[in-house]
Design a protein around this ligand. Structure first.
Ligand SMILES: Nc1ncnc2c1ncn2[C@@H]1O[C@H](COP(=O)(O)OP(=O)(O)OP(=O)(O)O)[C@@H](O)[C@H]1O
Ligand SMILES: [Mg+2]
Length: 314
């Protein structure tokens, strides 16, 4: 039988620039991914998704990569550390003011086990929701001695008591370099930095890398920038390709080969309480995020080895 990709190719022709060619390419990529084997990491990967720049795709990246990995059989925990609660929204999880959330976890009132919720759309995906109340947390915990380790200690306590094994723990960070983000950086050993393909993309990156350096020096020597992902990529523009090349030149082993295209489905999905993986699984946005997730999964052995060797240094 003719494959869907061949049908589209037959109808639309093979022109590189045509919409038909693009659809046909997306369909072939989708079919290839369905048969792909996602290796599970040998131990839990703890990954904070951060960039102090607003609107670069942190939350879209967190929720869609997490959903893609869960769909491929991984057990995934997502911690929403942003008072905006966008990740909680995308997973269709209630997060009104007063609901139990990561705010209660940070302030020691509740355990992660008591606030986490299952995401209906994906087996194996659990979420610690945020709440707008979290916006007061930075000030409230500022004078606490252990203020940078509140999330780390809560996570360690939860994992020590739980008989569940997680393959991945993601933390979605707010657009700042404040105490919530420092808590995320102290609770993980990997940073995933989404970089929007635009003119000013690399401008704030130096500041972020500096902050990560300070956190490494003072709080968490194991922290590693393991992954960068170029988002909102428009392959018709020279600028997008230049941003990708520039990032690749500076961080050759860190940036993923996959780029996330700018597509309206990615921005529509949250308004339906969904990830794009659930909302439009065969579309170019979902396909790109599943490819990025596969790259992340395949890099587990080398990333875990790098973390282990960092741990061995002290
Ligand atoms: N690849 C994409 N194509 C089109 N729109 C996108 C894409 N990625 C993200 N968006 C949209 O851009 C906006 C910002 O994305 P997102 O919320 O993921 O960024 P963020 O870095 O988490 O933002 P914030 O700094 O506010 O937390 C959202 O409206 C989102 O739906
Ligand atoms: Mg966000």
């Amino acid at each position: 039988m003719e494959s869907a990709a061949d049908t589209i190719k037959r109808i639309f022709g093979d022109s590189q620039r045509s919409l038909g060619a693009e659809m046909s390419e997306t369909t072939s990529r989708y079919e290839r991914l369905r048969n792909a084997n996602f290796p599970q990491p040998a131990s839990t990967r703890f990954i904070a998704v951060a960039n102090q720049k607003g609107g670069v795709g942190k939350t879209s990246t967190t929720v869609n990569i997490a959903a893609a990995l869960a769909q491929a059989g991984s057990h995934v925990l997502v911690i929403d550390m942003d008072p905006q609660g966008n990740a909680s929204t995308a997973f269709g999880i209630r997060h009104s003011s007063g609901d139990s959330s990561v705010y209660d976890v940070l302030e020691g009132r509740l355990d992660i086990a008591e606030v986490k919720q299952r995401c209906e759309a994906f087996d194996g995906l659990e979420v610690v929701p945020s709440s707008i109340d979290l916006s007061g947390a930075e000030l409230e915990v500022a004078s606490m001695e252990e203020r940078t380790y509140l999330l780390k200690h809560a996570l360690e306590r939860f994992l020590a008591r739980s008989d569940e094994h997680f393959d991945y723990v993601f933390v979605d960070c707010p657009p700042s370099l404040g105490l919530l983000v420092i808590n995320a950086m102290c609770a993980v050993n990997e940073m995933l930095i989404p970089i929007q393909a635009e003119y000013y993309a690399l401008e704030g990156l130096g500041q972020l890398i500096n902050t990560i350096g300070l956190v490494q020096e003072h709080y968490n020597p194991d922290l590693l920038v393991s992954t960068m992902l170029v988002t909102m990529f428009d392959r018709r523009t020279l600028l997008s390709r230049e941003v990708f090349e520039e990032v690749k030149k500076h961080y050759p082993n860190i940036v993923l080969e996959t780029t996330i295209p700018r597509t309206v489905k990615i921005s529509e999905a949250p308004s339906f309480g969904q990830t794009v993986i659930g909302y439009d699984p065969r579309g170019i946005g979902a396909v790109a995020y599943v490819e990025a997730a596969l790259e992340i999964a395949r890099r587990s052995p080398s990333v875990l080895a790098a973390i282990e060797s960092k741990q061995g240094e002290h």
